[in-house]
Design a protein around this ligand. Structure first.
Ligand SMILES: [Zn+2]
Ligand SMILES: [Zn+2]
Length: 405
């Protein structure tokens, strides 16, 4: 990893294990935590404005993607179209308003909010504007990263396309192409953003450290022990050595997720009604259908993301909570790596929900044929949201609380 010409090392506390360490400035490559092996900095070596450029492109592409036609389908003179908003509206009309609101937030509102905040904060830094508000906005944008799901929705669209393509003529609309562009630039932004460089760019001086210093959970600034309960001078986050109520909230969300998991797996997520019959589809039958149509990779993706990952996440968070309760200090590096993996992967479980959202408005042909959302869809979305929230609420630094430094 080439060392940058910027001369000063930065003092930070690892967000996963709270180890305080000095980071040299690198022009490209990764810097790893000496204690838990978390990636503390990933420098791409690209030009400084790369992330701002891709974030702006994402924001601009999201507007037509959200308002123009995603896909259309036609067969035997029947035509169906799908907009993101029409999927949300159909779910609402079919009697699932909470599910419709959650989907609308994840796919329509939060991506625009995340990229809007990111563009404002990165543009402010580029223009050398400073202030607590810049740190606050960048922290909000980062917190929304897991909840804004254009990339997950894109894969959901691909599966929706594969469901209809064998039976009808499916065309991708202008909104669909813009959405593909937005999802790709969103993924590019995730890869290009250099978080440590952004935080350093805020120009906030390192406070006097003292004994028992700890890290801000928002920006990893090392703050003295006496700062507990106050606000971070760089990102304005409330400072806590360990997130209050972390264990109880993570446990409550995990138990709720475990109770809903069987409903999400075995109850139909949607039902196709047609003259003379009805055909319910649960998650397991969706995997079987994809295998039957020889979409082996998509079948594997649905099985892994919608069936396996939610269960592994629920079991994992339960293991972490029990470990902290028993004050276990075994396998800490593995547990922390496992925590990072499930925290990052959990959002992909929403893929099958989004497939139904795309597919639903295209198959509304009155008495001839129509698709209805069922209990399994809401249960699956609830499990995904509960698992993402559970890992977000669990503070991994608690795992290291009793370990020697
Ligand atoms: Zn660490
Ligand atoms: Zn902070």
């Amino acid at each position: 990893m080439p060392v940058s010409s910027e001369p000063f090392a930065e003092l930070i506390a690892c967000p996963d294990c709270d180890a305080v360490q000095e980071l040299p400035h690198v022009a490209s490559g990764r810097l790893i935590c000496c204690r838990c092996h978390a990636t503390l900095e990933r420098a791409t070596g690209r030009f400084r404005g790369a992330a701002l450029a891709t974030a702006t492109a994402t924001l601009l592409l999201l507007i037509p993607a959200d308002t123009m036609r995603l896909m259309s389908v036609s067969r035997y003179g029947l035509h169906g179209t799908s907009y993101i908003g029409s999927g949300v509206a159909v779910i609402w009309r079919q009697g699932w308003p909470a599910t419709a609101i959650a989907v609308g937030l994840l796919v329509l509102v939060l991506p625009i909010l995340r990229f809007g905040l990111l563009v404002i904060s990165l543009a402010a830094l580029t223009m050398s504007l400073r202030g607590l508000w810049v740190g606050r906005l960048f922290r909000y944008a980062e917190a929304l990263d897991l909840w804004a799901m254009p990339d997950v929705f894109l894969i959901g669209c691909a599966i929706g396309y594969s469901r209809l393509a064998p039976f009808a003529v499916v065309r991708i609309g202008a909104g669909g192409w813009c959405f593909i562009g937005a999802a790709l630039t969103a993924m590019l932004t995730r890869g290009l953003i250099e978080r440590r460089r952004v935080w350093r760019g805020m120009g906030v001086a390192q406070p006097a450290r003292g004994d028992s210093a700890f890290g801000c959970p928002g920006c990893q600034l090392v703050v003295p022990a006496g700062s507990e309960g106050g606000r971070c001078p760089r990102c304005a986050r409330r400072l806590h050595r360990y997130l209050p109520g972390s264990m109880a909230v993570a446990l409550a969300l995990t138990v709720a997720g475990l109770l809903l998991y069987p409903v999400a797996m075995f109850y139909p997520a949607n039902v196709l009604q047609y003259i003379g019959g009805r055909s319910p589809h649960s998650l397991f039958s969706a995997v079987e259908r994809l295998l039957g149509a020889h979409f082996i990779l998509l079948a594997l993706a649905v099985f892994t993301t919608s069936i396996l990952i939610p269960f592994v996440k629920l079991a994992g968070v339960l293991w972490f909570v029990v470990s902290v309760h028993r004050r276990s200090i075994s396998h800490l590096v593995f547990k922390t790596r496992f925590f990072r993996a499930i925290d990052e992967l959990g959002r992909w479980s929403a893929m099958d929900v989004f497939t139904v959202v795309v597919y639903l408005p295209m198959v509304q042909f009155g008495q001839l044929a129509n698709v209805r959302a069922e209990d399994g869809l809401s249960a699956l979305l609830a499990v995904v949201l509960l698992t993402v929230a559970a890992s977000r609420c669990f503070d991994p630094r608690l795992l290291w609380k009793d370990a020697a430094a």
